[in-house]
Design a protein around this ligand. Sequence first.
Ligand code: ATP
Length: 275
Amino acid sequence: TATHDRPSHGSPNLSQIGGLSEVIRELRELVEIPLKRPELLEKLGLEPPRGVLLVGPPGTGKTLTARSLAGELGVNYIAINGPEIVGKYYGEAEARLRQLFEKAARSAPCLIFIDEIDSLAPDRAKVEGEVEKRIVGQLLGLMDGFAPTEGVIVLAATNRPNHLDPALRRPGRFDREVSFGVPDDRARLEILQILTRSMPLAESVDLEAIAAKCVGFVGADLKALSQKAAYFALRRLVPELDAPIPEQMTVTEEDFRQALRAIEPSVLRSLALEV
Ligand code: ATP
């Protein structure tokens, strides 16, 4: 459920994120000083945020950004998966949450990341179960329970902000919001450049043209696309497992063309499910 680690060389960093420089700047501004120099804010009587909502569709890089930000700032990171806490720990969800928040306080400065917070804190007016309601209450209590200058900030991701319990958005809880949109042409190009950085691309590959064709693709889709293209290259270059490694291995325009035919952006996939 939780990963708790000092950022290592293996953890992602901000240079692996494309098209989100404005979002990253905003987030950094919100969390850097409170986490690293909380005493500065205290002196000025400034209240740092305790919670920030990251709102946006799946696959737009919310998790990647939270984790990379912790790495970049050199602070501890605890990841909580909303559905998993409710599912796996059902009866003990409240205790589990409390433990994780306590652990964060002990390891301050620390960034807590709650993925799919809507499953932990759905609107109480709309849920039946008593347990579900208690979990929401517990989370609210935990948000109120730590001092804003304690060196703990909670980032929480959701793609359904309207399903959240409104009490969660009150001042002192998740009162800031940063939005992760579906990337535009430029952002898609930036993401593709990053995702293919370690791939041997043939001269023929025109990332700009590919980006232009990928309207509606989010970062996760672009990752699937570039991985798929590389697999097509692999299949073409090494048709048999015991075939020798060719001298020249490149991923070509044609590999990308095939990959594009094989992949649909996740937005369209979810539309297809709904019909
Ligand atoms: P979910 O809500 O489904 O958890 P998310 O918004 O947290 O989605 P991530 O899990 O961060 O999205 O994205 C999945 C993967 O897609 C990332 O690990 C990364 O490889 C790729 N990716 C997504 N967005 C970007 C981006 N902006 N730049 C580079 N890679 C990205």
